[in-house]
Design a binder for this molecule. Structure first.
Ligand code: ATP
Length: 193
């Protein structure tokens, strides 16, 4: 998967709409302290389905919405769109939008979608929100200091099998529910004898 374009509106310090083209190869983001480098990476992770507000730096979901400055009022929503080309040459656009006080919603190629759908698109392509393809400040040190289990999770993400774990967990939950139903049916059948 190759990211082709990112669009941001109202996300943290990105007040006005910004469109960034991403060219093939390694992309670096440079600039003075506080100019929004980390916010840009957070925006990409957020649109990829990063769910927990804790793993972003803000404490609450709405913290990703531009909070206002002395000269500009706060925004009521934030929206981030990622346009990517999949390995089969199909384009996919994932949009996540959050309204103040109303939570966030996803659209994939213009259709309403769930967070899980967005997460799986990127996880299957080995570019999930925790992907080693996104290297933020301090990440290199974290890789070196990681425990074996954490390092294994990073390698699995890189290998593109993180999405399989999500599906396996879901299949296990469904299996358990089916086993419970079967046991109940057996009980009912026994009662009828
Ligand atoms: P550094 O290298 O110092 O970490 P950086 O370039 O990574 O800097 P960021 O941390 O991405 O910068 O951006 C910080 C800026 O974003 C700060 O000026 C902060 O006030 C602003 N900011 C963060 N969240 C919001 C928000 N919700 N509304 C408005 N501004 C915000």
């Amino acid at each position: 998967m190759q990211f082709a374009r990112v669009k941001l509106t109202g996300f943290k310090s990105f007040i006005d709409p910004v469109e960034l083209r991403i060219l093939p190869g390694l992309t670096g983001v440079v600039g003075p302290n506080g100019c929004g480098k980390s916010n840009l990476l957070e925006a990409i992770r957020w649109a990829m389905g990063e769910g927990s507000a804790k793993s972003l730096r803000g404490a609450a979901m709405d913290d990703v919405i531009f909070a206002g400055t002395a000269t500009r009022p706060q925004r009521q929503f934030a929206e981030v769109s990622i346009l990517a080309t999949r390995d089969d040459d199909d384009d996919v656009e994932v949009v996540r939008r959050i309204e103040r006080g109303a939570g966030s919603a996803y659209r994939i190629n213009g259709r309403d979608a769930r967070a899980r759908d967005a997460q799986l698109i990127f996880a299957d392509a080995a570019t999930g929100a925790h992907s080693p393809a996104l290297v933020s400040q301090g990440r290199i040190g974290a890789v070196i200091a990681a425990k074996p289990a954490e390092r294994r999770a990073m390698l699995e993400e890189a290998a593109g099998i993180a999405g399989l774990h999500v599906r396996r967990r879901e299949a296990e939950i469904r299996l358990k529910a089916t086993e419970t139903n079967l046991a109940r049916v057996s009980e009912l059948l026994a009662d009828m004898d």
